[in-house]
Design a protein around this ligand. Structure first.
Ligand code: DHB
Length: 388
């Protein structure tokens, strides 16, 4: 009898006579900073999720996909409360987003308890994937770029730096992984400066850095703060004093790079994505994001959202639409595909992303500023997981 009803339900749904039942809808709960200082992160991820669905359809493995976006304003307590609500009331099958590390940390115990995949599309602190067996990351870790940046600096005449990082978990990772590699290779770090995350005023720190007379300031700021750092760096004349900017590429964020002006031409950073990445897939991606979003330039944040959606769609195809959390995580482990950033995969041991890290230099191309890639380090695993 039950089976008969279930079949009848399917026939009715196929005929479009009834709405698909709960069980036939895949619910993706997105926690994003859509307001507040990290708003650009939420906007980029939201755009990428919408683009993925527009290009790949709003159903997968025979089930309808529904995305529920909640604004956590990058506040951990809000993220936790909203995640709880989405688990209990909306019965989401996935929790995605996480614009800053503290929100990813806050939600991981809930993902574990509910056995729901937590897809980290932005946050970059190495230890996040260790917080829950249900975390899979499609963004990056700061360690991936910091170590490669240190090696490049040592080989390219940068011997003495001031380290300046945003004072929260990914900044501490950026500092530590750069420091470990740079000191090992004989570099000197004149000073370690940690700048408050909220409403940072870089000026007094830049004055201190200038007085140290380093070859470069190694800087990590999260998405959304690069333009204000660079403006104050130039206002204080550090460029004129011969001091370079180096760091993970969060500082020369594609989203705001054009507004920084010609003085940033020549700035070298290490990072995982450039809107100028020369693949056909990326050219189409950048054009599609611009077209659908009032000419917004896709940045390193957005690709984490786009690839997170790919991970979800492909995992559901593999499980035949089964939303069991353990089955989905098993399907995600080892998955490999081409992203707009280049080839990527999910490390089956750590559930963290393995990807190319590129050395890039800011250049003017077709009248616009871009991070042009000039060297590729292929298939970089998170150094934060490798026992040294
Ligand atoms: C994090 C946030 C960012 O915007 C970024 O560029 C890097 C890391 C984070 O919170 O982990």
């Amino acid at each position: 009898m039950i089976r008969k009803f279930a079949c009848w339900g399917l026939v009715m749904a196929a005929l479009g006579l009834v709405a698909p039942s709960e069980a036939q809808t895949i619910k993706i709960g997105a926690l994003l900073p859509m307001t507040g200082p990290q708003q650009s992160t939420g906007v980029q991820i939201d755009a990428a999720i919408r683009l993925y669905i527009a290009q790949h359809g709003d159903s997968v493995a025979g089930k309808k996909v529904q995305v529920i976006v909640k604004d956590d304003a990058a506040v951990a307590d809000a993220s936790k409360r909203l995640a709880q609500e989405m688990i209990v009331k909306d019965k989401v099958n996935f929790l995605v987003g996480f614009g800053v590390t503290p929100t990813a940390f806050a939600v991981s115990p809930l993902a574990t308890e509910a056995k729901i995949p937590q897809i980290v599309m932005v946050a970059g602190t190495s230890s996040i994937t260790e917080r829950s067996p249900y975390v899979v990351r499609t963004s990056f870790t700061l360690a991936q770029s910091a170590v490669i940046m240190a090696d490049w600096a040592l080989k390219n005449g940068v011997k003495n730096v001031v380290s300046m990082v945003s004072d929260f978990a990914p900044g501490i990772d950026a500092e530590n992984f750069f420091k470990g590699e740079f000191l090992k290779g004989g570099g000197k770090i004149a000073e370690f400066i940690r700048v408050p995350l909220a409403n940072p005023d870089f000026a007094p720190f830049l004055q201190r850095a200038r007085d140290d007379k380093p070859d470069a300031v190694y800087i990590f700021v999260p998405a959304g703060q690069g333009a204000s750092f660079v403006r104050q760096f130039l206002e204080r004349g550090l460029d004129k004093a011969g001091i370079r900017i180096i760091g993970p590429g969060d500082v020369t964020d594609d989203d705001v790079l054009n507004g920084m002006g010609d003085p940033v031409i020549g700035t070298v950073t290490a990072h995982i994505y450039s809107a100028y990445h020369p693949s056909a897939l990326n050219k189409n991606y950048v054009a599609a994001i611009a077209k659908a979003n009032n000419n917004m330039r896709a940045n390193f944040i957005s690709v984490g959202g786009y690839d997170g959606m790919h991970l979800i769609y492909e995992a559901l195809k593999k499980t035949g639409g089964n939303t069991n959390g353990d089955a989905l995580i098993a399907a995600m482990k080892g998955m490999a595909w081409e992203s707009p950033r280049g080839p990527i995969s999910i490390d089956p041991e750590t559930r963290d992303i393995v990807q190319n890290v590129y050395m890039r230099r800011v250049e003017k191309r077709d009248g616009e500023l871009y991070n042009e890639e000039f060297e590729t380090f292929p298939a970089v695993k998170d150094p934060g997981k490798v026992k040294r």
